[in-house]
Write a protein that binds this ligand. Structure first.
Ligand code: SF4
Length: 769
């Protein structure tokens, strides 16, 4: 046969049987026959806080070969965004860290074995502590690890290694929500289930673009059958704003003024739930007096909105009987007055009694897959399980559960990320251990971190990749397993504990973060102290005990397996809740038997079943909050001016944010996927209004230099009217962006304000037409 005949009649290779599809057998469509799985395993996605469940397809050896979304999970209902579909790809990247790397005398990172790496780790850090004090070593961690790993790291660092400062990249995304809830409700407690997306009559999104940043949550909004009104407060006409009933493009960081003005208007209209306010809150009278100054005229002047906009928003929210929910994320959290802005939303929900009921709430949408786990068990600002370092009873409780001496627990919380870096600058902190975060890319005013590197005697980076901007600056790189290569629990935005499975072997000598922490404990000489933390499953049992009696009590969860059996379990789920469920189950069994004997048990079955099977639960249905007096607080402050407003030298206001649903933070994982790379521009782009582009002679596709007082970046201009005049937007995933950002911090949460700084623009090829 000729070559052509061979090609046309080939039985294997491209365009042959390899294209044959077979039924999936596990809920979704078909898969290529060659990828038919021997089994599937459920695992919670390791990117964002939505917490979608993925069915990972396994070969005969139990290794992942493919995945599809889980059709039965109450979070994603068979959906996944592009990142979830591509979740396995970053594991196979050619630049995975496969051995520890130690910088040699020539300044090169060279592979070494684990004993040498850990010996160096221990010797260098102990020497620094001996010379400069225990507090001269600090840890910067992540919201991407499992809850058990975070807790072990926090306990090891503080109780085993004597480190006083540990913070994480949760500070960059969720510290504000944490602090706002803690101050207002008495505990860091997002009150909602995702069902509230589907049960609201009015959804108010402030500084949130779920179409792009949380696409599966947005799908839940799209499933809402109540024909809801959607109000979006955002300076940009984002994808979510385009889908809104009412878009309020308030000036950047004027949202606090707008929300106070809205409160005033609703009070004026009598849209106050006086019974709820009287019974369950404190500070309302002071709040009423405070917001009196936020007249429609003042709101219009400070926000740039027309007075009618405020009225339209109030009209929608004040509709009799309407269920109203308020949602926020980074546009609020990353502000110079972030905590008070989040609390302005909480205040609106409280004063109108829109909390604890279906379709309501002041609801923070979280960022990273386990930011919520980090908030409870990072051992940074709160003692393990949301306890208080300053409370002797809390310290005694934690010490008792962990079987250690109370004196090992510090009496105060860690310093915040920015304060840790300040201490590096001051020469007080001499070594950093950075885990699964990319500080050299993501920290605000990035150039400063580069300068601080020279102040460090030793920098250890623990990561999946030795190629991140931060790992490239390390003295020692510890190779870590990634999502899918280890087991543990994530907590999602709606407080749901979900299980992630080990479905792949880590490459080379890479180890799970949990295993690395255990080895560090051994080498450091405190291994015995962590003997009971023998595995993620055993650690989960300790964490259950630590949660007991706290608002986040999940002591009723039997073990990891039960989390999976139930499709995730939201906290609280106390031992008493578990006993109640058992009791209900036996009632149901009894009723089944009664029904079988025709004694009319079906009604009981239906009623009790609905309780047992209730998959989504919300907080505060009884109006009791977690403060000492059980009442929520109205908290507020005068709006403060922008820390760095535009001026003659830097005439534009720069906003940053998520540019695409396929890019995740610094791109260390999503950039590994050719599929994801194709779905978004590969070069930094700058969005600018046509009226601003014209005098600069900028057209879409032109190169533009963006300069702030701290640095410069080059970008491709995109001339588009979705940004306001005088403002420009850059997607945050590109390393250059944080050369520009201004280091101001919310005074309560210490979260950086990435969203507003002054920049100048210059067309790079001014000679061209
Ligand atoms: Fe994963 Fe978030 Fe996408 Fe769901 S929405 S698949 S959790 S990245």
């Amino acid at each position: 046969m000729s070559f052509l005949d061979d090609l046309l009649h080939a039985r294997s290779g491209p365009m042959t049987t390899e294209l044959v599809q077979r039924p999936g057998d596990f809920g979704l469509g078909k898969v290529p026959a060659r990828l038919a799985p021997a089994a599937t395993a459920k695992s919670i996605c390791g990117f964002c806080s939505t917490g979608c469940s993925l069915m990972v397809h396994l070969d005969a050896e139990g290794q992942a070969i493919n995945l599809t979304p889980d059709p039965d999970y109450p979070v994603n209902l068979g959906m996944a965004c592009p990142k979830g579909w591509e979740a396995l790809t970053p594991l196979a990247a050619p630049d995975r860290a496969t051995a520890p790397l130690l910088r040699d005398a020539m300044g090169e990172l060279r592979p070494v074995d684990w004993p040498r790496a850990l010996g160096e780790f221990s010797a260098r850090l102990k020497d620094i502590q001996r010379r400069h004090g225990a507090g001269s070593v600090a840890v910067l961690s992540t919201g991407q690890m499992m809850m058990e790993e975070m807790a072990l790291l926090g306990a090891l660092a503080k109780f085993g290694m004597g480190i006083t400062d540990i913070d994480s990249n949760t500070r960059q995304c969720m510290a504000t929500a944490h602090m706002a809830y803690k101050q207002s409700f008495g505990f860091d407690a997002p009150p909602f289930p995702y069902a509230d997306f589907e049960e609201s009559d009015v959804l108010v999104f402030v500084g949130a673009n779920p179409c792009i940043a949380h696409p599966i949550m947005w799908q839940r909004v799209m499933r809402n059958r109540r024909n809801p009104a959607i109000i979006v407060v955002d300076p940009r006409r984002t994808e979510t704003a385009m889908a809104a009933t009412l878009h309020l493009p308030a000036r950047p960081k004027s949202d606090l003024t707008l929300l106070y003005g809205l409160a005033r208007e609703l009070i004026k209209r009598g849209t106050v739930d006086a019974g709820f306010v009287t019974a369950h809150t404190t500070g309302f009278a002071e709040f009423v007096s405070f917001v009196g100054a936020f007249t429609p005229e003042r709101v219009a002047t400070e926000t740039g909105l027309a007075p009618a906009d405020l009225q339209r928003a109030a009209d929608l929210i004040a509709r009799p009987g309407a269920r109203v929910s308020y949602w926020w994320t980074m546009g609020v959290n990353q502000s110079h007055q972030a905590t008070r802005t989040a609390q302005a939303l909480i205040n609106l929900a409280l004063m109108t009694g829109q909390i604890g009921k279906p379709g309501t709430g002041a609801n923070s949408i979280t960022g990273q897959c386990n930011a919520m786990g980090s908030r409870l068990f990072g051992n940074a600002t709160s003692l393990l399980g949301g306890h208080d370092y300053a409370d002797p009873a809390d310290r005694a409780k934690v010490a008792g559960i962990l079987g250690m001496h109370e004196a090992l627990i510090p009496m105060k919380a860690s310093r915040a990320y920015d304060q840790i870096l300040d201490a590096v600058e001051a020469g007080e902190i001499r070594a950093l251990w950075i885990i699964a975060t990319n500080t050299a890319h993501s920290w605000v005013n990035q150039e400063r971190f580069g300068a601080l590197r020279d102040k460090l005697d030793f920098l250890v980076v623990q990561d999946m990749y030795p190629t991140t901007e931060t790992a490239q600056q390390a003295d020692l790189v510890l190779p870590a397993a990634g999502w899918g290569e280890k087991e543990g629990v994530f907590i999602n935005s709606e407080r749901r504990l979900g299980l992630t499975r080990k479905v792949a072997r880590a490459p080379g000598q890479a180890l799970s973060d949990f295993a690395i922490f255990k080895l560090v404990a051994e080498v450091w000489g405190c291994g015995l102290q962590f003997a009971r933390w023998s595995s993620p499953a055993a650690t989960f049992q300790l964490l259950k005990e630590l949660s007991r009696g706290q608002p986040c009590d999940f002591s009723g969860i039997r073990d990891h397996a039960q989390i999976e059996e139930h499709g995730g379990i939201q906290w609280p789920f106390s031992a008493a809740d578990a006993a109640l469920i058992d009791d209900l189950r036996s009632t149901i069994d009894g009723a089944h038997k009664a029904e079988a004997s025709n004694s009319g048990g079906s009604e009981i079955v239906n009623h009790k079943s609905s309780i047992v099977n209730r998959a989504e639960r919300r907080l505060f249905s009884d109006g009791r909050f977690f403060t000492k007096d059980g009442r929520a607080r109205f908290l507020f402050d005068e709006p403060a001016p922008l820390p760095e407003p535009p001026d003659a030298a830097y005439p534009f206001l720069l906003n940053t944010g998520r540019g695409s649903s396929v890019q995740w933070h610094t791109g260390s994982r999503t950039d590994k996927s050719a599929v994801l790379r194709k779905l978004a521009p590969d070069r930094l782009w700058l969005e600018i209004h046509p009226d601003d582009a014209e005098p600069l002679r900028l057209r879409t596709g032109d190169q533009v230099r963006v300069t702030s007082r701290r640095g410069a970046a080059e970008a491709v201009a995109v001339v588009i009217s979705t940004v306001r005049r005088g403002e420009v937007f850059l997607p945050m995933h590109f390393a250059e962006v944080n050369r520009l950002t201004f280091p101001s911090f919310d005074p309560h949460s210490r979260q950086p304000a990435y969203k507003a700084c002054a920049v100048a623009l210059e067309r790079i090829n001014p000679g061209a037409k």
